[in-house]
Design a protein. Structure first.
Length: 175
């Protein structure tokens, strides 16, 4: 599968919102590994913010958006409680947010391509590490991150207990 990854543009917002809705509809019908909810997360505003801040990347297959990731230097507050491999003020660390793959393209290499891109872009941007959090029940994502060389760091509470999401695993990949 030939997947092309590029910086998201304003004209991608409608398609990203559709991707988020398709994904959340699919998750609602089966096992909702990440615990996401339509209208709560991810939503159109996440795409708008990522594009306005210039840190949302889209994975395209045949000109259609099949996945997306936001890479920035903004950790969740709970990240500061963890003992990371690489100590940093986050100026040289990427944090992965809103990592999505359209359900029609699961197990097609889109997730691997987005992680690979994140690592390459990180090296080009001279970041020293990439960090992320993943809901402890999101086994498919945890398998992907571990397969891509991310190391488990800690389990923390991100304050999402109201959504039934009590514990998140933190992972780091040194570059």
């Amino acid at each position: 599968m030939n997947i092309h990854i590029e910086l998201g543009q304003a004209n991608d917002i409608d398609e990203l919102e559709q991707l988020y809705n398709d994904l959340n509809d699919h998750l609602a019908k089966g096992i909702n590994f990440p615990g996401w909810k339509k209208g709560v997360y991810p939503i159109r505003q996440d795409a708008i913010d990522g594009i306005e801040q210039g840190n949302l990347y889209v994975a395209k297959y045949n000109s259609k958006i099949v996945g997306s990731v936001i890479l920035n230097h903004v950790p969740e507050v709970a990240y500061y409680k963890a003992k990371w491999e690489y100590e940093s003020d986050y100026s040289d660390v990427f944090v992965i947010h809103t990592f999505v793959v359209h359900p029609n393209f699961w197990r097609c290499g889109v997730g691997n391509a987005l992680i690979g891109f994140s690592m390459e872009h990180g090296i080009e941007s001279q970041v020293r590490s990439i960090r992320l959090d993943v809901y402890e029940g999101n086994i498919p994502a945890i398998r992907l991150y571990e397969k891509c060389g991310f190391k488990y760091i800690d389990t923390v509470d991100l304050g999402l207990g109201n959504y039934g999401l009590n514990w998140f695993k933190l992972y780091e990949k040194l570059l």
